[in-house]
Ligand binder design. Structure first.
Ligand code: 13P
Ligand code: SF4
Length: 329
């Protein structure tokens, strides 16, 4: 029996569903019942009639499913972590709020927005301050809504997404721990100094290179790229928005895409380039193999809870509050 057949048999026997993020290896995406960006995966897993989710992605994504659907059992074939999400924890969150207070910004005037790429404890801290979760596809909408409260926005953990949002909305931004207290005090959006190690690989010289080589090329990038790169692009959008954008282009239109390699490589065969001279693969997303999926199903069948996602209920409820505020908008 092939690994694929064994996965299918076990999956059917257990009544499980396999979810895979777009950045996963092709072999994993091919056997998945559900694919999507991080938000789509959380929603589709929540709506699935199956109670066992085998989640192929990074840890915060598996946690998002558990936050939304605590009655489901979520197993991660690899406990892979998003390096950006790992740049902040609840301790760093508290220290950041304390630093803002030491700059003369009272806690009651701070409204946190966390990008979905953060762990459940950080989302819970944000929920406890009546803040929001956002994704790269709805960040502008969430920001517009949050701004109505008239508070200073503390955007975490991705400084690039925060800076891009500020620039797009003609708002002042500052980065905590980098900019002076004066600049932080004058900012509408204060960004935490986190970043995506993969999207940092795209540079303005990559854009210049492709524009010089193919003058009519279209450049599409993810908002986790540096603002200098986004400013030179023709299209800036989330994972799903990039897929839709590229699919809408005529086949003859050359396009260079600044996001994760596995996704770009699967987009379309012709006239599509990865906007980088390096291989922008997310190392942790790439860790999950078909064999890991099989082992996770076997462990589940044997009643083992290794690699199962568990959350403290009080953390889950506060994290849910921040996610729910996003869904309500
Ligand atoms: P999406 O929310 O678009 O899936 O992006 C997640 C991510 O990790 C991008 O690098
Ligand atoms: Fe995290 Fe970047 Fe990997 Fe996305 S590509 S999961 S933000 S490290």
């Amino acid at each position: 029996m092939t690994t694929q057949q064994e996965i299918n048999n076990l999956k059917n026997e257990l009544g499980a569903v396999i979810a895979a993020h777009f950045y996963q290896r092709d072999a994993v995406v091919a056997i998945a019942d559900i694919t999507g960006d991080s938000l789509e995966l959380a929603r589709k897993s929540q709506e699935s009639d199956k109670n066992i989710i085998i989640f192929c992605g990074v840890h915060f994504m598996g946690q998002s499913v558990k936050i939304l659907a605590p009655q489901k059992r979520v197993f991660m074939p690899k406990m892979a972590c998003c390096s950006m999400a790992r740049m902040i924890d609840s301790g760093y969150f508290d220290e950041s709020i304390a630093l803002l207070q030491s700059y003369g910004i009272p806690k009651e005037r701070i409204l946190p927005i966390t990008y979905i790429n953060s762990n459940a404890e950080v989302k819970a801290k944000v929920g406890a301050m009546d803040g929001f979760v956002c994704t790269s596809s709805n960040a502008a909408k969430i920001l517009a809504h949050a701004r109505k409260e008239g508070k200073v926005i503390f955007f975490l953990p991705d400084r690039c997404l925060g800076q891009n949002l500020a620039i797009q909305n003609a708002l002042q931004h500052a980065t905590l721990g980098v900019d002076s207290p004066e600049k932080v005090r004058a900012a509408d959006i204060v960004c935490y100094n986190g970043f995506c190690s993969v999207h940092q690989l795209f540079t303005t010289s990559d854009v210049d290179f492709y524009r010089q080589k193919y003058p009519d090329i279209v450049i599409a990038v993810h908002p986790e790229c540096d603002p200098s790169v986004c400013a030179k692009a023709d299209f800036v959008g989330s994972t799903s928005q990039i897929i839709k954008f590229v699919q809408s282009l005529p086949l003859a239109q050359k396009v260079a895409v600044g996001t994760e390699f596995n996704l770009v490589n699967r987009l379309r065969k012709e006239n599509t380039f990865v906007l980088s001279s390096t291989l922008p693969q997310c190392p942790t997303m790439n860790e999950t193999t078909l064999d890991d999926v099989l082992q996770a199903l076997r462990a589940c069948k044997n009643g083992e809870s290794s690699n199962e996602v568990f959350l403290d209920e009080s953390v889950r409820q506060l994290a849910f509050a921040a996610l729910d505020k996003m869904f309500r908008i």
